[in-house]
Structure formats: structure tokens, C-alpha cells
Design a protein around this ligand. Structure first.
Ligand SMILES: [Zn+2]
Length: 232
């Protein structure tokens, strides 16, 4: 299998299933190629050629041996918007054989390009039947399990907003420092007294209360140390 035109012209911006600018999902793959030779993607039988208002000049080919998982009944490929058709209905064509020239025919075309539809229906040229992504289908058969995507510049890592830290404490005056230290000393004294009283209860002492008093002692000691060192 091969792409019908140079695969580098594939239009990644409007893939199979895309709604871009239309009221229905894109029925196939587009290649942005202006008036370029179109080649049969595989050995095929030209099933139908013709014209309709939306799709312009089209070729619909049957691809023998191209049933695929979940889509039975053979594969049909339609090439739309052609400026010329170089095959006749009933022709057997070889993979890579020129079958037409891309163009801008039909009211669904908004600029020269090649559209291909791959379907299990012989009405593939009308976008009917169970369809698959032609570009991905061909890529898979060329040994690319995932269609290559154009290289995008790496997205910048979003920087989370810095959370507002605690406001910088205002330095206490020496008098306020003495007062604050005195208060912490009182807390310290009370916690130590409570701890000693609890310990005297012997086997009836409450370990949770004792842990709480120890925590109060440690907190008061830290406060006193900080006030002395930092002034707050
Ligand atoms: Zn298209």
C-alpha cells in the first residue's frame, strides 16, 4: 500500500472525524496538493467514476483483500475533488499507477486538495458506509503503528502560582519582648506543673494529657527562643 500523493502533504489540521468548519465529521483524509498526480493506493479495480456537486470529479475503487477488523465487505476508496480522471470504470489498476490529478472541483472543496474516503461501502464517494481513517490505515500498513504527528514545540510547563507565605511578623519592641517572654514562661510553668501532677498519679496517669503538656512545654520553649533570637 502507499499514499495516493506525497504523505508529507497530509493535512494534520483536519483529520478524519474532525468537525473543522463543517456540520458533519470529516469522512476521510485530506492532502494539500494542488493539481498533483494521484496514484492508486493499492492494486484495485476502478468501480465507479463520475461527478457530483459536492465532491466534483471522483474516482471510487474497490481494493480486493482489504477487509479490516470490524469492517467487512471489502474496502472501497474514493478520491474526490479531482481536476481530471485518467481511468475508466472496470479498469484494473496497479498500486502506484496514476489514476487522476487532484484539484478543487465540487462545492465541498475550499481550495485545491485531495480528499480520500475509505469505507466498506461502494458509496464511499458519497461518504457512506463504515469508514476508517485512510491516512492512519495506510500508515499502519507501511509499518507506522501510530501516524506520525508534526513536531510541535514543547509546551512550557505551567508554573503554579506561588502561595502567599505567612506575613512577616512585626518585630516586637524590647518591652513587648519581655512581656511576651514572661507570658510564655507562665505557660511553661503551668504545663510543667500539670505534667508533674499527672505523673504523680502513678498508674492512673493519662498518657494523652502528658503528651499534650509536653507539647505545650516544647512550644513555649520555642517561642521564648524565637523571641530572644528574632525579636518576635
Ligand atoms: Zn476532506
Amino acid at each position: 500500500m502507499q499514499h495516493p500523493v506525497d504523505p508529507s502533504t497530509y493535512d494534520y489540521s483536519d483529520p478524519f472525524g474532525s468537525m473543522a468548519g463543517r456540520s458533519y465529521a470529516h469522512t476521510g483524509s485530506d492532502y494539500i496538493v494542488a493539481y498533483g498526480e494521484v496514484y492508486s493506493v493499492a492494486d484495485a479495480i476502478v468501480y465507479h467514476t463520475g461527478w457530483n456537486d459536492g465532491n466534483g470529479n471522483y474516482i471510487c475503487c474497490y481494493l480486493p483483500g482489504h477487509d479490516w477488523d470490524g469492517v467487512e465487505g471489502g474496502a472501497y476508496i474514493a478520491y474526490l475533488h479531482l481536476s481530471s480522471i485518467n481511468v475508466n470504470e472496470g479498469d484494473s489498476v496497479k498500486q502506484g499507477q496514476k489514476i487522476g490529478v487532484s484539484g478543487n472541483t465540487g462545492s465541498n472543496s475550499r481550495g485545491p486538495h485531495l480528499h480520500v474516503t475509505l469505507s466498506n461501502s461502494d458509496l464511499a464517494y458519497l461518504g457512506l458506509g463504515a469508514k476508517v481513517d485512510p491516512f492512519a490505515y495506510i500508515q499502519a500498513r507501511l509499518g507506522f503503528p501510530v501516524p506520525p504527528k508534526p513536531v510541535e514545540p514543547p509546551k512550557p510547563t505551567p508554573v503554579p502560582p506561588t502561595p502567599a507565605g505567612p506575613p512577616t511578623p512585626v518585630k516586637l519592641t524590647p518591652a513587648q519582648q519581655r512581656q511576651a517572654i514572661a507570658k510564655q514562661r507562665q505557660y511553661l510553668k503551668d504545663a510543667r506543673t500539670n505534667l508533674a501532677n499527672e505523673r504523680r498519679l502513678g498508674s492512673r496517669k493519662d498518657e494523652r494529657k502528658m503528651a499534650k503538656y509536653r507539647e505545650q512545654i516544647a512550644r513555649a520553649q520555642t517561642r521564648i527562643k524565637n523571641i530572644r533570637r528574632n525579636g518576635y
